[in-house]
Design a protein around this ligand. Structure first.
Ligand code: C2E
Ligand code: SIN
Ligand code: SIN
Ligand code: SIN
Ligand code: FE
Ligand code: FE
Length: 587
């Protein structure tokens, strides 16, 4: 990705992380052979251990990504060692591949019984060995991510408590303040609680900006996130210049503002201090920053006063900036400048926002990690497809909500759920083998049947998560390939497990699913967003289609493949869709 927002660094490191394999085999020659087989793969390193009796100590110490254990060894054999690995809390999650000779294949069941993850006969084919190791490593990392996500939901409950406590503390400390300012601060404190519930960082930044502008009375403003060593404008709002295409262009033009003292927001980030400027066209000579007037010039706007405040994380580091422009009276007439009450209010606002921002950023990195896991094998597609599908879905939802008179507070909550669910729509691809996912040509019926399994992982993946987000995500994962006329998949079919706990995929394609409004709204929305994006992108099996061809397919299939009402909404808003596509076109 180049133009779209990038992933948190923490996440990149893990996704491209090395795979450390420990091989326990009493025969040095096997270790050497395996090491040679894996030596072509720059991501995989191998450590051989010859003595199974001391192996446990070394495994505990090195915590490898994947273990390969020989079945027949003196003293402690492979089955016994696997049992020890599973029983030890420190090693219990490490995937184990059992290596056996042809003559011991009958012990496969023993191996799976004690918790082996895979079983290979010596000597395996080099590519197969690499594929199995990679698949197990990806699965292990995905499972860890899920565990962390569950922990995170726990922390979110704590964050809500904290927001509540802040609210109470503030109520006590406010008694002496003058009434107007007191009402503002109280409104901000009340918001803290609501904001802590927002899981999606983009939705949160938009909401922060809207509320800060409302409470302080500002005609325009921008919200920025620190992204590596630069700042990115996540949202721009302007009451007097509200053309969405123009604001989107502004947003695109401000993706890489350096964190230095040459711009207002850069300075705020560097110094971790608030800036209050009465007129940006007569900034004192003794400050290092200048005002970038290109937006004003292009759109005939007059930016006058600017109040910019840092948004900080738990360690005091700046994670974003809130910039408010041109203060107004409640009746909409301009005020001369932001005053000290405004400064205090925005400071308070920033500290209130901090818990929610950290929370939402963590959720985003968790989701991107899961998506990356699913697409680990295909470096051409990253979070960009997921983000585009999510943003298209929001546009469709907004149109639907307008038409059906959905109240604002419901829309807000639903948008947050939809964005996260839509980003996760293809997360089930984590379960699909490389050979199918990356196949350059058309899939056979059987391969396509396996592929359909990516919509049937909902109970495996979302089982343990407890929030309202799971339900939305499960609806979308399960429903995004359903068709309005009932000819889609997977209906209510679930994946079976075999005796060893492996998922069994359908063997012939499902061509009958749910129809009409039995398909959840979010799934019907994402179906359109996904196909629009898939057709417009190069895939390993096809070239991107032209816009005209895509739009005529969507229109032709309204009422058969797609919900006709939603197609109408989509076509009506195609300009907004194009702006989004352009914004995320970098990957
Ligand atoms: P995807 O590539 O993300 O495509 C999502 C959906 O977009 C497809 O769902 C289909 O409804 C639509 N779509 C994509 N390309 C075309 C196309 O060339 N023509 C038409 N009419 N529709 C298209 P579907 O068919 O259920 O496929 C789900 C996923 O299965 C695809 O996701 C892709 O990962 C895989 N897949 C499907 N067909 C093939 C294939 O022939 N070869 C390979 N290698 N993968 C395929
Ligand atoms: C605006 O002018 O609408 C705000 C965007 C910015 O802060 O540059
Ligand atoms: C949008 O995200 O496009 C606006 C949605 C809304 O107004 O609810
Ligand atoms: C997807 O875009 O749905 C998965 C990645 C790919 O097949 O290119
Ligand atoms: Fe899909
Ligand atoms: Fe997709």
């Amino acid at each position: 990705m180049t133009t779209g927002p990038s992933m948190p660094d923490e996440f990149k490191d893990e996704a491209h992380g090395r795979i450390e394999v420990v091989l326990v085999d009493d025969q040095p020659i096997v270790g050497e052979a395996v090491r040679r087989m894996l030596s072509d793969d720059p991501d995989i390193s191998v450590e051989p251990i010859l003595d199974s009796v001391t192996a446990m100590d070394r495994i505990r110490e090195s915590q490898p990504t994947v273990l390969i254990i020989d079945l027949v060894m003196p003293s402690i054999d492979g089955v016994e060692l696997t049992r020890l690995v599973r029983e030890d809390d420190v090693t219990s999650d490490i995937p184990v591949i059992i290596l056996s000779s042809e003559s011991d294949v009958h012990r496969k069941v023993d191996a799976f019984e004690v918790g082996a993850s895979d079983f290979l006969v010596k000597m395996p084919d080099r590519l197969e060995l690499i594929a199995r190791i990679r698949a197990l490593a990806a699965k292990a990392v995905a499972e860890q991510a899920l565990k962390k996500m569950a922990d995170r939901l726990q922390r979110q409950a704590v964050a809500l408590d904290e927001a509540n406590r802040n609210l109470q503390a503030l109520n006590v400390s406010l008694e002496s303040d003058v009434s107007e300012q007191r009402d503002r601060l109280r409104a901000i404190a009340m918001l803290g609680n609501e904001l802590a519930r927002i899981q999606d960082i983009d939705i949160l930044m938009e909401r922060l900006l809207t509320e800060a502008r409302r409470i302080l009375g500002a005609d325009a403003g921008g919200s920025f996130l620190v992204d590596g060593d630069a700042l990115r404008l996540t949202h721009a709002q302007n009451q007097s210049q509200s053309d969405p295409v123009m604001l989107e262009q502004l947003r695109q033009s401000a993706v890489n503002i350096p964190v230095d003292t040459s711009s207002i927001v850069g300075w705020v980030t560097m110094e971790n201090e608030l800036v209050n400027i009465e007129d940006v066209y007569s900034i004192d000579d003794d400050v290092p920053f200048t005002f970038n007037s290109s937006f004003d010039e292009s759109y005939g706007y007059r930016t006058r006063s600017v109040l910019a405040a840092p948004l900080t994380g738990s360690a005091g580091q700046v994670i974003g900036v809130l910039q408010l422009i041109n203060p107004m009276h409640p009746d909409g007439t301009p005020r001369t400048s932001f005053n000290t009450d405004d400064e205090n209010a925005v400071r308070h606002f920033a500290s209130m926002a901090s818990v929610s921002m950290q929370n939402a950023q963590l959720t985003r990195s968790m989701i991107l990690r899961m998506i990356r896991m699913a697409e680990l094998r295909d470096p051409s597609e990253t979070g960009a497809h997921a983000n585009r599908v999510a943003e298209y879905a929001l546009v469709i939802y907004a149109g639907w909500a307008d038409k059906h008179g959905v109240p604002d507070e419901v829309r807000e909550r639903e948008r947050d759920r939809l964005r996260i669910a839509a980003m996760l729509h293809d997360v089930g691809k984590v379960a699909i083998p490389d050979t199918i996912l990356k196949k350059p040509g058309k899939l056979t019926d059987e391969e396509f049947a396996t592929m359909q399994g990516h919509t049937m992982v909902d109970d495996t993946l979302f089982d343990e998560l407890l929030s309202g987000y799971d339900e939305a995500a499960a609806d979308v994962v399960r429903g995004h390939h359903e068709r309005w006329d009932g000819g889609g998949y997977p209906g209510n079919q679930a994946l079976e497990r075999d005796d060893h706990g492996y998922l069994v995929f359908p063997s012939s394609p499902i061509r009958q699913g749910r129809s009409g409004e039995d398909i959840p709204l979010f799934a019907r929305i994402v179906a359109i967003a996904d196909v629009f994006d898939a057709l417009g992108s190069n895939r390993s099996y096809k070239e991107a289609w032209s816009d005209d061809r895509i739009l005529s397919l969507l229109q032709d299939e309204a009422g058969t493949h797609f919900d006709p009402e939603l197609i109408e909404i989509f076509i009506d808003r195609i300009e907004a869709i194009r702006v989004i596509r352009h914004k995320w076109s970098g990957s």
